[in-house]
Design a protein around this ligand. Structure first.
Ligand SMILES: [Zn+2]
Length: 208
């Protein structure tokens, strides 16, 4: 059948779908089914540095056990694949350990913006940051329903400090990189989490 005949019979061919639209909607459906509030986001403008997100989503909150909701007031812009890992980590580690160790519900987590088009340490020519692909967040503070606010940089009490150590150690099992606070200029006051693969096999983890 020639193209002309095809068009006469069926109308013009539908425009090709954007490459990752399908992947985004499948992942987003999974994210939302797991209790997250998230929406598809426009892809950041392509840049010379090679920044970009495969399946961009904005993550607003995560439902945890008991129907409670942990909100993410910074609504980070993330690759959906990373958002799934982050949502599970919050649901299975951050919220239940808060309940167990501090007897408090985690109400909100300040994560920073997620996506940031930059190289590591903003050095020209350096490797591109995991933030530039939407594969990272930086935990700055955790707010609890009882009005306590844990600053990652400087947890106030002994209980808060051991809670933070516990969620940080557990993070090493969920993410490929866990750094800070104090790792570098960008992570002086926060904990960086990403799922970028390291090493030739991709199995190497950085957990400092
Ligand atoms: Zn970071």
């Amino acid at each position: 059948m020639t193209e002309t005949v095809f068009a006469e019979l069926y109308g013009p061919e539908p425009p090709a779908q954007a490459p990752n639209e399908g992947a985004t909607s499948t992942c987003l459906a999974k994210l939302v089914a797991g209790g997250a509030r998230a929406e598809a986001a426009p892809a950041p403008a392509p840049s010379a540095e090679g920044c970009g997100i495969d399946a961009p989503v904005r993550l607003s909150s995560i439902a945890v056990t008991g129907g409670d909701v942990v909100s993410l007031p910074d609504r980070p812009l993330l690759d959906c694949e990373f958002a799934l890992v982050l949502a599970d980590y919050i649901r299975l580690i951050v919220a239940p350990l808060g309940q167990a160790m501090l007897r408090a519900k985690v109400a909100a987590i300040e994560t920073g913006p997620g996506y940031d088009c930059r190289t590591q340490d903003r050095v020209a020519g350096a490797r591109i940051s995991a933030h530039a692909k939407g594969l990272a967040v930086d935990f700055v503070a955790i707010a609890f329903a009882d009005q306590r606010r844990l600053l990652v940089e400087r947890p106030t009490g002994a209980d808060e400090a051991s809670y933070f150590r516990a969620i940080r150690s557990a993070a090493c099992g969920w993410f490929t990189t866990v750094l800070g606070p104090g790792a570098d200029a960008f992570h002086a006051n926060n904990m960086h989490l990403d799922i970028e693969s390291h090493g030739s096999s991709g199995a190497y983890r950085i957990c400092e």
